[in-house]
Design a protein. Structure first.
Length: 135
């Protein structure tokens, strides 16, 4: 069976939204790729998932740094032949420490399953699919 890969950005806190999403995907048998500006934080969380018998990889990724994005895109292309799920959410700065995962979920901007037919899933704003916010 072909492995399923999921990349989640902003996975730097054990009680954060990124790790909650990554843990759920790992429990659904995805190989999760945890990214954060500080790869040590992502690696600590990847170790926790591996200790729970999941497959997890940590990579440094700073979405505000084009060099980081380009370097990690190359690493991803070399290491993984495809990406099934991408979950990315913007960080809002120092106040992130004070927000609950539910509040942080409002910032998720894209979650999609990518397959040969193109993406399924969609674009989200304030925790709702864009199609619902247009109503």
């Amino acid at each position: 069976m072909k492995p399923k890969y999921a990349l989640v950005t902003g996975v730097s806190r054990r009680l954060g939204l990124g790790f909650a999403v990554a843990r759920q995907l790992a429990e659904l048998n995805y190989h999760v790729i945890l990214t954060a500006r500080d790869v040590r934080q992502a690696e600590e969380l990847a170790v926790e998932l591996r200790q729970a018998c999941h497959i997890a990889t940590a990579l440094r990724l700073d979405l505000a740094d084009r060099t980081s994005i380009n370097e990690d895109a190359e690493k991803l292309t070399e290491a993984f032949d495809h990406l099934d799920v991408l979950v990315t959410h913007p960080e809002r700065g120092d106040d992130d420490e004070e927000r609950s995962p539910a509040e942080a979920a409002k910032g998720v901007v894209w979650a999609a399953t990518l397959d040969n037919d193109g993406p399924t899933g969609g674009l989200f704003f304030d925790g709702k699919p864009v199609s619902e916010t247009a109503r």
